[in-house]
Design a protein around this ligand. Structure first.
Ligand code: MG
Length: 309
């Protein structure tokens, strides 16, 4: 077992060897700043921080999973704008005495995710801290000249759709999820979504973000929701319904978006993605309604429906 404590210079040298310069990265790790070529005139930028004890726990998440997740959450945000992630910097505050092996595992996770989605890690910062582990990734992205897909574009009458299945991600999927970059790009290129968001806070809450920004309402069909097997397993343990888990659980990292109804019909007929696509409702003028399987209608609170039922 490697008992060595992390040394910044060793870790940076190792990361540098793992991230060679290329066509996009004119100056990479090792100088005072990186220099990158912008694919387009405008650039998407996002940042996200993971804090031990707040967002993850090293008793249940491996350092490699923490690294993956820190990068993947940012890739998911760029994907939700209809963009492709390009270049990242990462900053880590590692607890004093943190093992070098664990520091490398975090970077390995960051780089695994970066490689999987075509991202170049071009720089960062490492420091020792008396506090918990903090890992921050800042990511640039590109829409290929298209306008970004905003939260504010939903229109009354739009179909409301979601990728994948929902709920129960805390059983483990939240540490190993696949950000929907390919899906977001394909949707933006071929189907022109009016509004889009990635589901990080839970379907009900993230839907409310779209509705607030677009100043519209929605009508959701409970029996159309793609409820995951994990949501059913979580329900068996929690005593809440699988539906409530699908509506309220966070960290699914699926895409929630709205389309013109004829475009939605074409998309659903074509099913061009490797993940399921489901229409779960429509955009209305105001209010948020959940239609239960028996036809009863309930107002849908951002936290799910059992809290208000
Ligand atoms: Mg987001």
């Amino acid at each position: 077992m490697d008992e060595r404590r992390f040394r910044e210079s060793d870790l940076v040298r190792w990361i540098r060897g793992e991230s060679p310069a290329n066509d996009t990265v004119l100056v990479g790790i090792g100088d005072d700043a990186a220099l990158v070529r912008n694919p387009s005139a405008s650039t998407l930028i996002t940042t996200d921080m993971l804090i031990e004890g707040v967002h993850f726990d090293l008793a249940s998440a491996s350092p490699r999973e923490v690294g993956w997740k820190a990068m993947a959450r940012n890739v998911s945000d760029i994907a939700a704008m209809g963009g492709r992630s390009t270049v990242a910097v990462a900053a880590a505050a590692l607890p004093r005495g943190f093992a070098e092996r664990d520091g490398q595992a975090i970077v390995r996770g960051l780089l695994d995710c970066a490689d999987a989605f075509g991202v170049r890690l071009v720089g960062g910062d490492l420091a020792a801290t008396p506090g918990p582990l903090v890992l921050t990734v800042t990511l640039l992205g590109d829409t290929g000249g298209r306008p970004p897909v905003l939260r504010s574009g939903a229109r009354v009458g739009d179909a409301l759709l979601v990728t994948g299945t929902l709920g129960g991600s805390l059983l483990g999927r939240h540490l190993r999820f696949t950000p929907r970059q390919a899906e977001g790009l394909l949707l933006a290129e071929r189907y022109a979504p009016h509004a889009m968001i990635d589901i990080s806070d839970g379907l009900a809450r993230d839907l409310h973000h779209i509705l607030e920004e677009s100043r519209v309402g929605a009508r959701l069909q409970a029996d159309h929701l793609p409820i995951s097997d994990d949501a059913r397993r979580a329900a068996a343990a929690s005593g809440r319904s699988a539906l409530d888990h699908a509506l309220g659980d966070g960290e699914d990292y699926e895409l929630l978006f709205t389309l013109d109804p004829p475009v939605a019909a074409r998309l659903l007929a074509e099913q061009p993605l490797d993940v399921p696509l489901t229409q779960i409702g429509i955009i209305t003028a105001s209010g948020t309604t959940l239609v239960l399987p028996d036809g009863t209608e309930r107002p849908l609170d951002p936290t799910g429906w059992e809290h208000t039922a």
